[in-house]
Design a binder for this molecule. Structure first.
Ligand code: BT5
Length: 326
């Protein structure tokens, strides 16, 4: 009921009387008043006037599903699991994926106590100022072709940031979102597969939104950035998340249709890697060379100094001159 009242208030966008709400929902005016107070306790700002009724003013800065707008019929985000705190949205997403959760389920947490990066690295996400979430998909693809999903997610993120915040970011292969030469976000894609068959893919996305520099641990202060630090003002996390989910669904559908080239072209347009001198650390080897392009399966093609052109699908890549890596 509370959420139905919220929906009416938001749609009305001007004063609506308690009586009109009670008629529309077939409940007493006292019940309306009680639910409005509950919404206020949730952080919603709702004006009231004895003559005119109630008016919605402002939503709290939470990533609750009531605040995340996605088009009707969209499967990514149609099922949202929301937490105020969790160890890692990726770990939880894997657990519920193993238990058979719906394709397109999204796990969101305001805070993570054990956010993970790749290869056992930590992801700092101990404040509700960022956007930490994981998407479960069950693509009908060969396991070796899922790398393009990470590229697709980074394109969705960069385009959503452009749309909702007017800020242009870059992508460092394969999973870093870069702003002003610093790391704004990262993507951790985890896969459960058997030969020839993908059970599920969890795409975990972490984005620094409204943190100030002091929020970051000392060790990453030199290389991390948030959208607020760049823009000088807070951004709406819920708007940005809604836009990412909406864009990701579109791009994901095009992957299933085999339209990888389009995604790779978009990815290349945002890339800070292509054309740069790179250092590729792979297993115990290090190669220096120039990043030429990305193949349609998402592998990075590097022309190495030893004259061999290699396709890189795993490992660590460092871009010369960026983030003080070299
Ligand atoms: C990543 O790993 O960039 C992937 C991060 C994915 C995080 C999301 S949040 C939701 C979901 N649930 C999870 O548990 N994880 C995913 P990697 O490329 O390995 O980068 C990790 C490195 O980035 C660390 O070693 C730090 O140097 C740096 N780092 C850690 N936290 C950061 C932050 N908040 N902002 C910028 N850099 C950070």
């Amino acid at each position: 009921m509370k959420n139905k009242i919220l929906k009416i208030l938001k749609e009305e966008d001007k004063y609506i009387s308690g009586e009109d709400i009670s008629k529309a929902l077939n409940v007493s005016r006292t019940a309306v008043w009680k639910h409005i107070n509950e919404l206020r306790n949730d952080g919603y700002v709702i004006q009231s006037s004895s003559k005119k009724g109630y008016r919605f003013l402002k939503a709290p800065d939470i990533l609750d599903k009531r605040e995340i707008n996605i088009p009707k019929g969209q499967f990514i985000g149609s099922n949202i699991r929301y937490f105020e705190e969790i160890d890692s949205t990726n770990s939880y997403a894997k657990k519920i994926a193993n238990e058979g959760c719906a394709h397109g389920t999204v796990v969101i947490s305001e805070v993570q106590t054990m956010g993970r990066g790749r290869v056992g690295r930590q992801w700092q996400s101990d404040t509700a100022e960022g956007i930490w979430f994981s998407i479960v998909v069950r693509p009908d693809l060969e396991p070796e072709n899922i790398q393009v999903i990470t590229l697709a997610a980074s394109v969705a993120v960069v385009e959503a940031i452009k749309e909702t915040c007017g800020i242009i970011c870059g992508i460092k292969w394969p999973n870093d979102i870069i702003l002003n030469g610093r790391k704004l976000g990262g993507i951790l894609t985890e896969l459960s597969a058997e030969p020839g068959h993908v059970n599920y893919v969890v795409v975990g996305i972490g984005l620094n939104a409204n943190q100030d520099l002091e929020h970051f641990d000392y060790e990453i202060r030199q290389k991390a950035i948030s959208l607020k630090m760049y823009a000088g003002k807070s951004i709406s996390r819920a708007n940005l998340l809604g836009s990412i989910l909406t864009r990701f669904e579109k791009i994901y559908k095009s992957i299933l249709l085999g339209e990888n080239r389009d995604i790779i072209d978009k990815w290349t347009a945002y890339s800070v890697t292509i054309g740069k001198e790179v250092k590729v650390a792979y297993k115990d080897m290090e190669y220096f060379g120039k990043a030429l392009s990305v193949a349609s399966d998402g592998r990075l093609i590097v022309e190495c100094k030893d004259g061999v052109t290699r396709e890189i699908s795993a490992g660590e890549i460092q871009v010369r001159g960026l983030l003080g890596y070299i």
